[in-house]
Ligand binder design. Structure first.
Ligand code: NAD
Ligand code: MG
Length: 397
């Protein structure tokens, strides 16, 4: 058998939780991958360390004030350095066969699009960029001949299960949710939850923003919209099932009532390995699934009353015309405000709801015609959410 060709790869958000798992997989097979570019927001030390270890050709830090620091850290190496938003976009635009999009938030949209536009294979972890761009992300990918591989565990599961049938045979998809740290909490307790409590996820170790989104179940809301965009599904075709063990990640029901699921230990390196190897399979480092040891898999219906953020996602998806862009933008503002101690945990969903309502009331709903349109809506919705913050903060429930 001929030696497999070396694949060039770029990791956007290399210093984060998904970035870390991705670098782990690349480290285990260094002879098969060559690192083209790596990016980070502001962690210069972490980025420089990875650049040296992998001999990256280009590194970019989003914080433009850190260019000198980055250059100093990489003095004497052949790695080129860039800083600022445009440098992160350049990193994505550089020729690499495979790109991991793992920036956190809609800030990752422009770089992801730069990778998409040159027809790369893009492993997409950054769900906010998809929710922000709506249908335009996949449209642009298809125009450019880019291949989008879902790295989010639930969507990766659906991607694998969907291969068992075609669109006409599909009845619905199910994405599972661990339920997060507040799965059994009362509304009153959820309302008052602290940052430390929100950051204690039972099953997954992840970045701060997605961990808070998991506690509010906004993450599952984003994932419902993500599934709709990725696979061209309607709100009615997507169900959420609470499954505290996080072993089944996603299922697809077909017309003959066969339900095909993907299972695995809760370890992001499995879906990332699937994206990295695709269309083949590589060896993954996750623990072997031992169902006898786990003993029981349990399921619950999600509670829209205690987790209104999930209900709002369905509403935004049904409303369309930029509502999902607004949903994501308002949530990003709300999470930042919660981290900064400006609002209570329960106010996150209230801010999203108020922003969506104000948006609709102002007659701002209009069909988006491009990803750039979505970026404008995202920008305006953030401003709207910021102006609504003080009154939401005052309104105790
Ligand atoms: P993280 O906070 O650990 O890492 C984010 C990465 O993006 C870091 O490298 C950071 O430097 C970079 N970054 C942050 N803001 C940036 C900006 N404005 N411009 C450029 N770079 C920026 O987050 P994470 O947990 O790795 O999640 C990354 C994405 O993957 C998110 O969209 C998240 O929803 C998604 N995701 C994560 C997991 C998980 O297990 N962590 C699972 C599924 C999906
Ligand atoms: Mg997920």
């Amino acid at each position: 058998k001929a030696a497999a060709a070396v694949r060039s790869v770029t990791v956007l958000g290399a210093t984060g939780s998904i970035g870390d798992s991705t670098m782990d997989l690349l480290r285990a097979a260094k002879d098969r991958y060559r690192v083209e570019a790596l990016t980070a927001n502001s962690n210069v030390a972490g980025l420089a360390k990875l650049a040296k270890e992998f001999g990256a050709r280009y590194v970019a830090v989003a914080d433009s004030s850190r260019l000198t620091e980055l250059k100093d850290a990489l003095a004497g190496t052949r790695t080129e350095c860039g800083a600022g938003e445009s440098a992160v976009v350049e990193a994505a635009a550089r020729p690499a066969d495979w790109v991991m999009a793992a920036v956190s938030g809609a800030a990752g949209l422009k770089p992801a699009l730069a990778a998409v536009d040159r027809g790369a294979t893009v492993a997409l972890a950054n769900k906010e960029c998809l929710v922000c761009a709506g249908d335009f992300f996949m449209e642009r990918a298809s125009k450019a001949g880019a291949c989008i591989l879902p790295a989010d565990s639930e969507h990766n599961a659906l991607f694998q299960a969907l291969a068992s049938g075609n669109r006409e045979e599909l009845v619905r998809v199910v994405i599972t949710a661990s339920g997060g740290p507040f799965r059994t909490w009362s509304s009153t307790d959820i309302e008052q939850a602290t940052l430390a409590q929100a950051l204690k996820h039972p099953n997954w170790s992840m970045g701060q923003k997605i961990t808070i989104d998991s506690a509010s179940m906004m993450n599952k809301g984003l994932e419902v919209i993500e599934a709709a965009c990725l696979f061209g599904l309607t709100a009615d075709e997507i169900d959420v099932l609470v499954h505290p063990q996080s072993i089944i990640h996603g299922m697809v029901e077909f017309s003959d009532r066969s339900v095909v699921a993907q299972l695995g230990a809760p370890d992001m390196r499995t879906p990332i390995a699937h994206c990295l190897g695709w269309p083949d399979r590589i060896v993954g480092p996750a623990a072997k699934l031992d169902l006898a040891k786990i003993g029981q898999l349990t399921f619950e219906t999600p509670d829209f009353a205690r987790f209104p953020g999930l209900k709002l996602a369905y509403e935004a998806l049904r409303t369309g015309r930029g509502a999902t862009t607004v949903y994501n933008a308002a949530n990003e503002v709300a999470v930042a405000a919660f981290i900064a101690g400006k609002i209570r945990f329960g106010a996150i969903a209230r801010l999203v709801e108020a922003t969506l309502e104000a948006w609709i009331r102002a007659g701002n709903l209009a069909p988006l015609t491009s990803a750039d349109d979505a970026i404008t809506v995202d920008h305006n919705a953030r401003n709207k959410a910021v102006t609504l913050l003080p009154q939401i903060a005052l309104k105790a429930s």
